[in-house]
Write a protein that binds this ligand. Sequence first.
Ligand code: HSE
Length: 439
Amino acid sequence: MREPLRVGIAGLGTVGASVARLMARNADGLAMRAGRPMALTAVCARDRGRDRGVDLSRAAWHADPLALARDPNVDCVVELIGGEEGPARALVEAALGAGKHVVTANKALLARHGMALARLAEERGVALAFEASAAGGVPVVKALREALSGNRVARVSGILNGTCNYILTRMEAEGLSFAECLADAQRLGYAEADPTFDVEGFDTAHKLAILTSLAFGVALDPDAIYVEGISKITPLDLRMAAELGYRIKLLGVAERTPTGIEQRVHPTMVPRTSSLAQVMGVTNAVTIDADAVGELSLIGPGAGGDATASAVIADICDVAADVVRPTFGIPADRLAAPERAPMQRHEGGYYIRLSVFDRPGSAAGIATRMAQADISLESIIQHRARTADADPSGRSGAPVPVVLITYATTEAAIREALARIDADGHVAEPPQVIRIERE
Ligand code: HSE
């Protein structure tokens, strides 16, 4: 058998420690698959004393990630530090610049600097592999880059953030607060170091930028993504969704439209009977619509140490087997510039929850503004106030929730109607707007 691939891991947190453990536990099987053994020769982590459940005594310890990139006993650098700048970026640039293969789970780094890093990797003839960067343990990168080469992809969509799906699932099922669910997601190792990236939709956007490039053969364009997170979703929205036959999921969607590629991340009402509505907890789901294969869905754990490590190890195995492909499937300089479809032209149904002053003319005024924007309403829901709060005259003017469901319309029409409703003084708070996917 050939000499071992010498692996250096930078970052021994939840995922890094799992990678080290799985490499040790599956050493023989991995060597047979790759045609050569893999040896963990170096690590870089802050806390040397922590027990990570694996013997690291034969690996060199580096305090500085750049020292790991320069270590002559490392052929393949595994970057699990995270973050789009700082040590992670410096490490990956140094490693590729030194002609070393890089395996990373760092979606933020790839979304922002993926094009430059891909060019560098391709110039040096080394691998820049990133299966773990999107949808955790779900092998969607390989699916798009390799298994679906014979297809023209029309749409990639799905649940790409385990933390958000976990939070929404538990809030709905157990009536827990957003804060309690987020704390549990952090404790379980699902959330990013800064969980704002999860709950405000940025993590989903980073992953979507990567999948869009792979699916459509275009350069990464993270600034083109419309992004909204889940932090403003309330228990009332979750109850209304259930009443209306929907469930709320944070979706990332990239699709070809007549005006270009639309990329968007936002909470979405999906029918309760749909397959996406059944995806619970930290699970991710990606659906790809392509001309030859039709519709393909991949579902599995989207976060967590061992699940993410599974994807990292698949990449290390490829490197050991000398698999070096263009980073995003097509050489970086041949990726097309993406045409951006503006969000204002997005078409679909909408859930709009307004806090309406309960007085004569409010509902009529709102309905008029909707009609003026050419929006057709499918339903309007205003529940009677609880008996204790009820105003028998209906003239108290106290704000009450009113939910409107629209037929398909455009984002521009919704924004125009809501601006007028606000200017008319009918509502007490900014509206809650949630897009609906009916298929
Ligand atoms: N914080 C991410 C998530 C980890 O919750 O999905 C996996 O990328």
